[in-house]
Design a protein around this ligand. Sequence first.
Ligand code: IMP
Ligand code: MG
Length: 208
Amino acid sequence: MFLRSQRRDLMTPRSNVPMRWRDEVSRILITKAELHRRVNSLAAEIERDFAGRELVIVSLLNGTVLFLADLIRRLTLPLRLDFMGVSSYRGGTEARELIFTKELRLDVRGRDLLLVDDILDTGKTLACVLAKLGRLKPKEIKTCVLLDKPSRRVEKVAADYVGFEIPDLFVVGYGLDFAERYRNLPFVGVLHPNVYLNGAESMTSAAK
Ligand code: IMP
Ligand code: MG
C-alpha cells in the first residue's frame, strides 16, 4: 500500500537541483528530508514486524551503502549484517547479465533474513539473489528496497518494504550510480540524458 505522497513524479522543478549538479541531474525526485522521513518510517515498520527476533540483514553492494547506513542506525533489534556483491549494470543504463562480486559469509540457515537493495527495476537481481539465498535454507526472507519501478518489471517479484514507488526514469544519488558516479548525492535525482549520451561516447573512445 502506497500513500499518495510516496508516489514520485516529475513535479519537482529543475531549479531545486544544487548548482553543482545542474548539468548532470535534470531534477530532484526525492529530497534529503523526504528520504530521512521515509527511512525512519521503514525502520519503524521493520522493528515492529521483527520484534523479539534476531535479524540477519543481507545488503547488496554497492547501491545500498547510504540507505543501509541510515536504515540500520534506526534499528534497535538485535541484528547481524553481511553483504553480497552483485553487479548487473556494466557502465550503462541497460541491464546485462548478473555477476556476483562478493559472496555471503554468515551462515543463514534457519535465520530470519532481510534482503536490502537500492532499487527494484526489472526484478532480475532480486529474483536471482532470492533463489540463491533460498538454497541456504533460511527460516524466512523479507525484502526491502528504497525504490521500486513497477512499470519495468520482467520477473514476478515484489518487495515487502518499499521506500518509494517511482516512474520509469534513470535515477542517481543516495547510493545509486551511473557508471559508479553520483552515489554520494544526498538526494535522489533524475540523471540528465546528456550524461549517458556523453558517457557512452567517452566509454567507446576509452575502449579503443
Ligand atoms: P533489476 O535487476 O533490473 O531489478 O535491477 C536492479 C539493479 O539495477 C539495482 O540494484 C541497481 O543497481 C540497478 N538500477 C536499476 N535502475 C536503476 C536506476 O534508475 N539508477 C541506478 N541504478 C539502477
Ligand atoms: Mg546497484
